[in-house]
Design a binder for this molecule. Structure first.
Ligand code: GAL
Length: 678
């Protein structure tokens, strides 16, 4: 094994390569690293260990990162069952999640974080195997004690000296050090370009209509939303808008949408954006079919071409067609489906691609490169986009896309929210259906504190008001989401400028909220008595100050762990505790929310007044604003105010001071509220 030679590239960020010819995903995506933001926001820190080693074994490169037995690891890759990964083995590759955290996932980003305050990123698009501390070399410096199970001694996992990873070809390896896991993740996010800029309309309500809907059906649906007094901000069209889908033509079905430009603009006149579903497999009926052929792989997918998006020529053909047929007529964005795979439908690993890259690497980069191609068109016309994608990779942090899947488990969707914060992506726990009205409400509520509030009715034509007994609750839930726009916008501003994820696992802010314990022997269910490493996933942070405690369907009460700081009830403003565990009632119309003492939460009411909710005795905050539609904020057209509040003789004093005034906010009035006014 050779010691790798690391060079510092920013405060507490180090880089080395395993060989002369690295060809990672970051270079393919081409985001600009925000090293200045790392330097200005975070501390410089030394390497957390003496060295990382690399070695060539057969056709593989192996990287060995030293570890201690007391460390806890999070990542690599998007996960749905647990977020801590100690002793797991994973073969990370891009795939649809198949109900096991074995490495096959929508976002196989090879980045993991240690609670000791560092993170490791191996910049490769190849399949990569990770052994998270359970492999023991014969020459181990600190070998585990050999046990004798027959004598009652037992521990199934054998702690080794290293986390080991192996992959084909060479790669750059990055080490990020930070005072907390949050700093480490933020540095990684900034290296990958910093958080994405989401349009304001993206925080509204999204409704994806039935797969067979035509123009008339969509407009009828919009009328119903109006009649029922439900907010609607984005309509998503599912496969039936294409003249052919699976594989896709990317051309409008002339019978269903005879005049797409008029259709899209009619909706825009009502302040409703149109988002188009597609997958990336090109139909023979597509006008781009012949042009795309030379830039496609040796195997078809659903009888369509599989383009090699690592080639700029392929991306250009796709992008030019999309610009002309969709974006130039006002379409606001895309849902890029099925780019993750499902082995039985995708091309095989031995497929050949014109770039000469391995098929697995082409597969891993398909989703992120399609995001990049569409994002760049919108940037070129100075318009923001926001959409959905089913596969992503390093670099996704900068892309205005959310990850989703078909699994529909409440528990897994919740875990996805926590796990996504460790791999630089945004995860959406969409609503599709429910067995009871209670479940319907609880699913909507979880989405309020997620990157996108969306009902995906592609298969069942569901409507938000379909459970009559909770129609009012759902209407109010959607309105509640919209009232949070200034707060969520702040959180995404922080994401962009400092790399801090807007929705994140509780342990990222409060590292002592996880637990490890030996499990009990069960000779059929758990014959190895493996270590149980668990974290609180049904509590997570949204923005700087709100801890969200979603309620599972059927739950009438729940336990809330209040980590180390003063916590206040969001709705009443009352102090609830610090470093303690409480039991709360869960009325159906409320999402339990706890706010950090001293926080100022900006919200907007239906009359467009800015209401700043103040918690505790005194505190500070900020409010960021811009036009919400363009990239003009990058040229200084934004406003930033610092805020403060305190109480004198029980009377609330709130003030805000301009830090930057490049944009005039359109709020009617500004009010500071405390618990007396809630
Ligand atoms: C699935 C996707 C669904 C829906 C459907 C349409 O792959 O996850 O959300 O879009 O395709 O065929």
């Amino acid at each position: 094994m050779e010691l790798m030679n690391f060079t510092k590239i920013a405060a507490g960020v180090y880089k080395a390569c395993t060989g002369p010819k690295t060809d990672g995903i970051l270079a393919l995506v081409g985001n600009e690293a925000k090293l200045d933001s790392i330097n200005s926001n975070y501390k410089d820190m030394p390497m957390p260990f003496e060295g990382v080693y690399s070695e060539k074994i057969n056709s593989k490169t192996v990287v060995c990162v030293p570890k201690e037995n007391s460390e806890r690891f999070y990542g690599p890759g998007l996960r749905f069952k647990t977020i801590a990964t100690n002793f797991t083995a994973m073969h990370l590759r891009c795939d649809h999640y198949g109900n096991s955290d074995n490495g096959r996932t929508h976002v196989p980003t090879p980045f993991y974080v240690s609670d000791k305050g560092y993170g490791i990123f191996i910049d490769t698009a190849e399949v990569i195997s990770y052994y998270m501390g359970g492999t023991v070399r014969t020459d181990a410096k600190n070998p585990p004690v050999a046990l004798n199970r027959g004598r009652g001694e037992w521990f199934a996992d054998t702690p080794g000296d290293f986390v080991e990873a192996s992959f084909e070809n060479d790669a750059d390896v990055y080490v990020f050090t930070g005072e907390t896991m949050l700093d480490v993740v933020a540095k990684f996010n900034l290296l990958c370009g910093g958080g994405t800029l989401v349009p304001k309309w993206g925080f509204g309500f999204w409704h994806r209509t039935h797969i067979h809907y035509d123009e008339k059906d969509v407009k009828n649906e919009i009328d119903l939303f109006r009649e029922k007094n439900f907010d609607l901000d984005v309509i998503g069209l599912e496969p039936g808008w294409h003249s052919n889908s699976y594989p896709c033509s990317y051309e409008w079905d002339e019978e269903r949408f005879p005049d797409p430009k008029r259709f899209v603009n009619d909706l825009l006149d009502e302040n409703i954006k149109v988002n188009l579903w597609e997958n990336l497999f090109v139909s023979e009926k597509a006008t781009i079919y012949e042009d795309m052929k030379p830039y496609s792989g040796s195997h078809m997918v659903w009888n369509g071409l599989a383009p090699d998006f690592t080639l700029p020529e392929a991306r250009k053909i796709y992008a030019d067609q999309h610009k002309e047929k969709h974006i130039d007529i006002g379409v606001s964005g895309y849902k890029i489906d099925e780019c993750d795979g499902f082995d039985n439908w995708l091309f095989p690993d031995h497929a050949k691609f014109p770039s000469g890259r391995n098929a697995a690497a082409v597969r891993s980069s398909l989703g992120i490169l399609a995001q990049k191609a569409t994002y760049e068109i919108y940037r070129s016309i100075n318009k923001r986009t926001y959409g959905l994608v089913r596969a992503s990779a390093a670099g996704s942090v900068m892309m205005p896309y959310c990850i989703y899947n078909d699994c529909y488990s409440f528990e897994q969707y919740l875990t996805g929210l926590a796990s996504s914060s460790f791999c630089g992506c945004l995860w959406v726990p969409e609503v599709r259906d429910a067995d009871t009205s209670e479940e319907w409400v609880r699913r909507f509520q979880m989405c309020v504190f997620s990157p996108m509030l969306m009902l995906n009715a592609w298969a069942n034509g569901a409507k938000p008001w379909q459970f009559e007994d909770v129609e009012d609750i759902i209407r109010d839930t959607i309105r509640f989401r919209k009232s949070l726009l200034p707060y969520l916008y702040n959180a995404f501003y922080t994401y962009r400028t400092t790399g801090v994820p807007p929705f994140r696992a509780l342990c990222m802010d409060f590292s002592n909220t996880g637990s490890s314990r030996m499990s009990e022997l069960d000779h059929t269910e758990n014959p190895y008595e493996s270590l149980l490493v668990s974290d609180i996933i049904d509590q997570y942070m949204a923005g700087d100050s709100i801890m969200v405690c979603p309620v599972r369907p059927e739950q009438k009460t729940r336990t809330v762990n209040l980590p180390d700081c003063d916590w206040y009830d969001y709705y009443t403003g009352e102090f609830v505790g610090n470093s303690t565990t409480i039991e709360i009632d869960c009325p159906l119309d409320r999402i339990p929310l706890f706010v950090k003492g001293g926080a100022m939460i900006p919200t907007v009411d239906r009359e467009n007044n800015l209401i700043i909710r103040c918690y505790g005795e005194s505190g500070k905050g900020f409010i960021y604003d811009d036009d919400g539609e363009t990239y003009n904020c990058e040229n200084g057209e934004y406003s930033l105010f610092s805020m403060e509040f305190n109480h004198e003789n029980g009377v609330l004093n709130g003030k805000y001071l301009p830090v930057h005034c490049g944009y005039n906010s359109e709020y009617s009035e500004v009010h500071f509220y405390d618990k007396k006014d809630f």
